[in-house]
Design a protein around this ligand. Structure first.
Ligand SMILES: Cc1cc2nc3c(=O)[nH]c(=O)nc-3n(C[C@H](O)[C@H](O)[C@H](O)COP(=O)(O)OP(=O)(O)OC[C@H]3O[C@@H](n4cnc5c(N)ncnc54)[C@H](O)[C@@H]3O)c2cc1C
Length: 581
């Protein structure tokens, strides 16, 4: 029998988006429960963040609302939702104030004003707006956020896995969840639910984020009939190790510190090549262009010895040796390099091998500027959402996004829940929970003829996505991926069995649900990628290599209808006015 909880606002996720939403909902007077599938500070991409926070700050005379707006649109290949971009820009200063109010201290100049950096990418207006907290921002955030969550009266439940939304009439009424520690089932009745569940890089074999970033929120929303917007845009990080094997996907420490000081990308012949792809910005071009260029060099047979591209720091023009430079500017990173088990000279004194690795989901759940979805009572914020960053996110703006939209979603969720104090009738929600409980029990105890290990199935999903829906796509490959994913869903997923039948800490059981989420969202992603017959931002179609503004300045929406997926094109708002602040 499931344990029953009640609240006004349920927030799923303890990343920046989830924490900000929980705090703003609580401040607005709502009774808040916040859950995460791991321990807070150890299960989020936010905790992995290192270098930058993009913000409009008054002491930066070079910046303006217009510049920030234009840079974000230009970076996103003009596919961004303009209202969301305006909201991002306008909320960025408050986000900094909020974090500083909790004790986060962004880097300062000697005169006490904010220190801001240019960032790796040279944007359209070339305006510097990257703030930093030393070199370990994620760690600083959690020191501040966890204290505030503790003081606020929010009920934090860690190691609780969200399985499915529950519905009351035509709106969300709560959540069915499983306590990973005890195996108990929870029914959390809520007036509003905020999804802050992060991204989907767990779909790919080589990724910079952690493996439990498994698109759970995307999948729950999809199954509830909420569309995913522009989900085909998966950004890769162009500075992730491709060799040695043990470091694949790990972002090269300190790469952003030296990119505009003479560090160079070289192909397997030792030739510089980025000037062919972006003659003006070269090494400082945006991530989408860099990744596409790297991929094209690799595919043209000009890869490094182990199939990647060389990143050569040895030419960086620094006054002191790079290792000493990092010691001074980035001791956390240097410590990190040493922990990787490599002597620093291996990284800094000879070209290293890198390749694009899945890093960030630019698309996601369709929201408005208050984080509301089309389903009453369901809101979302952070990397799980789509529309803010268009076809390609600029570096440092994910942080801005999670705190700006987290706040707004939390406030709106509180207003909605307090104005509709009905948290799912007992019979309605109870009936759905009973069915879900049975489903989980069946998964735990099933005994198919040919059992499949979850880890093997997960590997097949990742291989399929990486091979056919990765950074170079074409029609045939995308169709193959759709066939394979449909086969895995129909034939192998029902045969996936956990290694043990225990209810305690049964991560195999959790993984089966994560894989189901990955498959559904992988299918939506492949369908959207097939639909978009052009190359734009991080979506690279080999069979449609041009950006087709005349036909494709449009969003792609994917929604679930019955067991199938429906894909449609939706117009974008073309308003280029950043508006009044
Ligand atoms: C290595 C790395 C470095 C980065 N550096 C930067 C940077 O410098 N600047 C920048 O702007 N961006 C950076 N990013 C991107 C940025 O970190 C993320 O986009 C952002 O932190 C996402 O925050 P979020 O709150 O949306 O999700 P997350 O921080 O990922 O939080 C997701 C939360 O949801 C919970 N969750 C998910 N599914 C479930 C479920 N089924 N049940 C219960 N809980 C669930 C998770 O446990 C977690 O608590 C970086 C990313 C990586 C990987």
């Amino acid at each position: 029998m499931a344990v029953d909880f009640r609240c006004d606002v349920l927030v799923i996720g303890t990343g920046g988006a989830g924490c900000r939403a929980a705090l703003s909902a609580s401040k607005a007077g709502a009774k808040v429960i916040q859950i995460a599938k791991g321990p807070m500070g150890r299960c989020e991409l936010t905790a992995m963040t290192m270098p930058g926070f993009g913000a409009l700050i008054p002491s930066n005379p070079k910046d303006s609302r217009e510049n920030f707006f234009l840079d974000t649109l230009d970076g996103g290949a003009y596919l961004n939702d303009r209202n969301l971009v305006r909201t991002l820009v306008d909320g960025s200063e408050e986000a900094i104030g909020f974090l500083e109010g909790l004790g986060v201290r962004f880097d300062r100049k000697p005169d006490g004003t904010f220190m801001y950096y240019s960032g790796v990418e040279h944007t359209r207006t070339k305006t510097p707006r990257q703030l930093a907290v030393g070199d370990a921002m994620g760690r600083a955030f959690y020191n501040a956020l966890s204290g505030e969550i503790g003081r606020s009266g929010i009920r934090l439940m860690e190691d609780v896995f969200a399985v499915s939304l529950l519905f009351h009439e035509d709106r969300v009424g709560g959540l069915f969840a499983m306590d990973i520690r005890s195996g108990e089932f929870f029914v959390i009745r809520a007036g509003a639910v905020v999804l802050g569940t992060g991204g989907l890089v767990g779909l790919y074999t080589v990724r910079t984020g952690h493996p439990r970033d498994t698109a759970d929120g995307h999948a729950m929303a999809l199954r509830a009939g909420v569309p995913l917007k522009d989900i085909e845009f998966v950004q890769s990080n162009p500075a992730a190790f491709s060799f040695p094997e043990s470091l694949r996907g790990v972002v090269v420490p300190g790469w952003y510190l030296v990119m505009d000081r003479g560090a160079r990308y070289l192909n397997g012949r030792g030739e510089e090549f980025l000037h062919h792809y972006d003659p003006e910005r070269m090494e400082n071009t945006t991530r989408d262009i860099k990744a596409r260029a790297m991929q094209q060099e690799i595919m043209a047979g000009r890869a490094s010895v182990n199939g990647g591209i060389y990143l050569d720091f040895t030419r960086a023009k620094l006054d002191i040796p790079l290792e000493a430079y990092l010691e001074k500017n980035s001791p956390f990173l240097l410590d990190y390099v040493r922990r990787l088990g490599l002597p620093p000279e291996v990284i800094f004194q000879a070209p290293i091998e890198v390749a694009p690795a899945a890093h960030y989901s630019c698309g996601g759940i369709a929201i408005n500027e208050n984080g509301e979805t089309c389903l009453s009572g369901l809101l979302a914020a952070g990397e799980v959402t789509g529309g803010v960053h268009g076809a390609n996110r600029l570096g440092n703006s994910a942080m801005t996004d999670i705190f700006v939209f987290g706040r707004r979603a939390g406030e709106r969720a509180a207003a909605f829940a307090l104005g509709n104090r009905c948290q799912g009738s007992v019979t309605d929600v109870g009936r759905q929970a009973a069915r879900l409980e049975k489903e989980v029990e069946n998964t735990l105890w099933r005994e198919p003829d040919r059992p499949v290990r979850p880890q093997a199935l997960r590997a097949e999903v990742e291989e399929t996505m990486s091979r056919y829906v990765g950074f170079s796509r074409h029609r045939k490959g995308l169709e193959t991926a759709l066939d394979k994913l449909a086969g895995l869903k129909a034939e192998k997923l029902p045969r996936a069995v956990p290694a043990s039948r225990t209810r305690f800490f049964n991560y195999d059981l959790v993984e089966i649900f994560e894989i189901a989420n990955l498959i559904d969202v992988g299918q939506a992603l492949a369908r959207a990628a097939l639909e978009r017959t052009e190359t734009r931002g991080c979506h690279n179609r080999l069979d449609f290599p041009e950006q087709a503004d005349s036909s494709w300045l449009s969003h792609v929406l994917v929604r679930m209808e019955g067991d199938g997926l429906k894909v449609e094109k939706a117009p974008i708002n073309m308003d280029m006015d950043p508006g009044q602040g």
